[in-house]
Design a protein around this ligand. Structure first.
Ligand code: ADP
Length: 543
């Protein structure tokens, strides 16, 4: 017997319809390419998204067809999130920081019919144009007056394109399991793989993400996603904010500390999301300019492990709670979030802090498992570490077009490629990526733990620990350090500092000082490159 409740599909268009109807005047503030500030609201975003949807329909874009965007966080990109998915097509957000060859590959692989992009990214589009035959139209997110000149491509202005449309357009209803958006993982090895979200997975994920134990978003929040909308949907904020009617503050392509600070302070941002390097940069700026962010109550730190110093400084100096979270493109992206549980809240402060520095616990909807070396469930002891598995209604079941192979095991678990521990409070801690763990004489050393320890040294700006070949132990850790400007720490000082913080056999065999570290398209340290570079370092150094 079925229940007798109404059966409305969970569709992305429903979010913006809700925001327009109930939070219509709530602002969406964007920094545009010329640095100016643009203000609009949810009623206008919904109207213009409908105009875009109608335009796509008039071009014959069908259900499930892919439309690519190559764009920064602005209101026009937000309109694409709703216009494209809302009419039943699939929004493919392309990361402009990928290598040119990867951009061409994923647009070809997705068979995108349209490419909608920001004017300052024209050179990337021109450089791949000959290799993306599926693309029929090149649309620039600007007015006719601002349309850049191109000798190679016929460009159209987005504003011309949607002008005068949408009034009679009604959002269609369809199966909530339909594909809604497509996001490729950056693929540090091999080709990028396409994660294909559905309307249902996106809505369920957003419903859980706004909860008090996760992002704790309400209509009085002012929210700035520094995380880009092309990377795991900016931690789903383009969906969560309209859901609760929170103000959105979109920083465009200005990612320098001063511009971000201006947006955070002038728009009274209460909640923001970014990778650790962003927060380190903002802390540096606050310190240099003796400023503060009185409205900011919490910032989410994710993407790579949060160095303890970020949490401590934000808390003690600026009264901001830095919350740690873990997730990946394949998990929509929320997997775990480090917020207090009743048991952890009751712990003495030092222990509580130790818990909150972990990647956290699962919200309803996500199940995780840590496996031991025999492939069985590891005990909840906070010590045993092994592969982290995840499953749930917003976790990928495979990759677009099957490229990437069968990924789930027999019980439907998705292997994250991360290595973790979990403890008696249900808190998970990432100790490494499977490929970054250092295997010294059969024992594992967590490169992240070594990095976190060294990052609290005042003369260290950035650090990476990688495995180097060792004839006796197979692998030993080598530490690569970027010192803060003007500082000149020595190897001995660094090792002495670490010796007080970890087991002797974890201490790196060498410390190398460099000016910068290579990073991936998503701003993470490119460990694979460092490993290649330093694999023979110990051998070379000793011979
Ligand atoms: P990409 O590798 O393209 O950046 P993702 O954004 O999907 O793709 O990266 C997900 C990975 O990022 C996770 O599997 C994990 O290794 C890492 N990660 C995410 N959040 C954290 C965190 N809080 N601590 C440590 N690692 C993290």
């Amino acid at each position: 017997m079925y229940g007798l409740m109404q059966d409305h599909p969970l569709l992305i268009s429903g979010l913006i319809k809700h925001a327009a109807a109930n939070h219509g005047r709530r602002e969406v503030v964007s920094r545009l390419g010329d640095g100016s500030i643009h203000r609009t609201d949810y009623a206008s975003v919904e109207r213009r998204a409908r105009a875009l949807a109608e335009k796509l329909q008039s071009l014959g874009i069908g259900h499930g067809e892919r439309i690519a965007t190559l764009a920064w966080n602005t209101y026009r990109h937000l309109e694409c999130f709703y216009g494209v998915s809302g009419m039943g097509a699939v929004l493919h957000t392309v990361n402009p920081r990928l290598f040119r060859e990867q951009i061409a590959y994923i647009i070809r692989h997705a068979e995108d019919r349209l490419l909608i992009f920001d004017a300052d990214l024209l050179n990337i589009v021109e450089s791949v144009a000959d290799e993306i035959p599926s693309v029929e139209h090149f649309v620039v997110l600007c007015t006719r007056e601002a349309l850049p000149a191109s000798t190679r491509l016929k460009l159209v202005a987005y504003e011309d394109w949607i002008n005068g449309r949408g009034d009679d357009y009604h959002w269609p209803s369809f199966d909530e399991r339909s594909a809604s958006s497509l996001c490729y993982t950056s693929g540090t090895t091999g080709n990028p793989k396409g994660v294909l979200y559905s309307h249902r997975s996106t809505l369920l994920h957003a419903l859980v993400t706004v909860q008090a134990d996760v992002f704790a978003l309400t209509s009085v929040d002012s929210v700035m996603p520094v995380a880009p909308m092309f990377h795991a949907n900016a931690w789903s904020l383009p969906y969560c904010c309209p859901m609760v009617g929170a103000k959105m503050v979109l920083p465009g392509n200005r990612m320098d500390a001063k511009s971000l600070y201006e947006m955070l302070s002038q728009e009274a941002v209460t909640f923001s999301v970014g990778v650790p390097t962003i927060w380190t940069m903002i802390q540096g700026y606050l310190q240099e300019t003796a400023s503060s962010l009185p409205d900011l109550s919490r910032c989410l730190v994710a993407g790579t492990a949060m160095p303890p110093a970020i949490r401590e400084t934000f808390k003690t100096k600026y009264g901001v709670t830095a919350v740690h979270a873990w997730g990946m493109t394949e998990t929509s992206p929320i997997g775990t979030m480090s917020t207090l549980s009743a048991e952890v809240a009751a712990l003495p402060e030092a222990q509580r802090t130790e818990q909150l520095l972990k990647q956290g616990r699962v919200p309803y909807g996500v199940e995780i498992q840590v496996r031991n070396s025999q492939g069985q469930t590891a005990p909840h002891d906070g010590q045993t570490f092994g592969p982290l598995m995840v499953r749930g209604p917003w976790v990928a079941s495979g990759y677009f077009k099957g490229d990437g192979g069968a990924v789930l095991d027999a019980d439907g678990w998705f292997p994250t490629g991360d290595v973790a521990t979990w403890d008696k409070y249900g808190f998970m801690k990432i100790t490494d990526r499977t490929k970054d763990v250092i295997k010294s004489g059969g024992e594992w050393i967590s490169s992240i733990d070594v990095e976190n320890a060294v990052m609290s040294h005042p003369a260290v700006k950035l650090a990476a620990t990688v495995a180097a070949f060792h004839p006796k132990w197979d692998e030993r850790p080598v530490l690569v350090v970027v010192p803060v400007e003007g500082a000149a720490p020595t190897k001995e000082q660094i090792l002495e500092f670490l010796a007080a913080r970890m087991a002797k056999w974890w201490l790196p065999d060498d410390v190398i000082f460099v000016l910068e570290l290579p990073v991936t398209a998503t701003g993470k340290i490119l460990k694979a490159r460092l490993r290649e570079q330093y694999w023979h370092h110990l051998h070379d150094a000793s011979s």
